[in-house]
Design a protein around this ligand. Structure first.
Ligand code: ADP
Ligand code: MG
Length: 275
């Protein structure tokens, strides 16, 4: 039961790691903001019932505002729920709120339940007059049905790894899930990017974790590293990414560098004729 192809022009990245608090949401919104500043048209799909990506992008997502939940249960089209973010550039968000938590259960009996998000993205990208260059999907901290929908809908997985705890622990489960999805349903899915987050150069552990991850995945790890920085954690309370909250801060600059690297890698892939 292989998924139908999506337009090749758009890069669809799911930001996943079943550990909570590793920087998934922070990475999603800041890479999206940085790429939008660089001229890309970007969509962020908030697939976490906590709605942190919606908050960080300054998007209204209180209960009653149509969001990704309504799309997944078939009550709305993706194009109906997308809002423009006040961030600089062409950046849009399909918001979520706590009612999305119900979708995991409500979708259990749905036909082709792990294809719902892919179908919604397919409709959006084929109907849209203005194309999106990037779609980022911010996943919840689990490997449940929402994350599965993200894996089926995406071409690339971006894994943020926090340089503090035993980062590689749990990674094999994540990689196994991705392998299973790519073998059974979405052959184009691959882990394209690993980003080291919350790096504190002063601690030995952080350096050891970073070396360890680079040794295991030399091709995947971006050379840009995101340092632990107070401005990064302050920005969401102003409904902003750090890229717009404090564009010259070290956190903002690191995310912009990471975004440039991701864009450049994509250009190389396209030249080599990769899918
Ligand atoms: P996840 O989405 O994986 O649960 P978050 O992106 O929400 O993780 O990050 C967890 C917490 O760590 C948040 O409070 C966030 O503001 C903070 N945080 C993320 N990245 C950084 C960073 N580079 N420096 C400081 N704090 C950070
Ligand atoms: Mg999150």
């Amino acid at each position: 039961d292989v998924a139908p192809p999506l337009p090749a022009f758009t890069r669809i990245l799911t930001v996943s790691n079943q550990k909570g608090g590793v920087g998934k949401t922070t990475t999603t919104v800041n890479l999206a903001a940085a790429l939008a500043r660089l001229g890309a048209r970007v969509l962020v799909i908030d697939l976490d019932p906590q709605g942190n990506a919606s908050t960080a992008l300054g998007i209204d997502h209180h209960e009653g505002v149509p969001g990704i939940y309504d799309v997944l249960i078939g009550d709305a089209k993706l194009s109906d729920v997308i809002q423009a973010s006040p961030e600089q550039g062409d950046i849009f968000c399909a918001p979520s709120n706590i009612n999305l938590a119900g979708a995991e259960i409500e979708l259990v009996d749905a036909e082709r339940r792990e294809f719902v998000l892919r179908a919604a993205i397919h409709t959006l990208l084929t109907d849209s007059s203005a194309p999106f260059h990037y779609v980022f999907i911010d996943c919840p901290p689990s490997l449940g049905l929402l994350t599965l929908n993200a894996f089926v809908a995406a071409r690339e997985v971006l894994i943020p790894i926090q340089c503090e705890y035993y980062a590689l622990e749990g990674l094999s489960q994540l990689l196994k899930t991705i392998e299973r999805v790519s073998a059974n349903t979405n052959p184009n899915l691959r882990v394209s990017t690993i980003l080291l987050t919350m790096f504190d150069a002063r601690t030995r552990l952080a350096n050891e974790v970073a070396d360890d991850v680079r040794t295991h995945f030399p091709e995947l790890v971006l050379s840009s590293v995101i340092p632990r920085a107070v401005r990064v954690s302050e920005a969401p309370s102003y409904g902003q990414t750090v890229v717009s909250y404090d564009p010259t801060s070290v956190g903002a600059i690191s995310y912009i560098e990471a975004a440039v690297e991701i864009a450049q890698r994509g250009a190389v892939d396209a030249q080599q004729g990769a899918q």
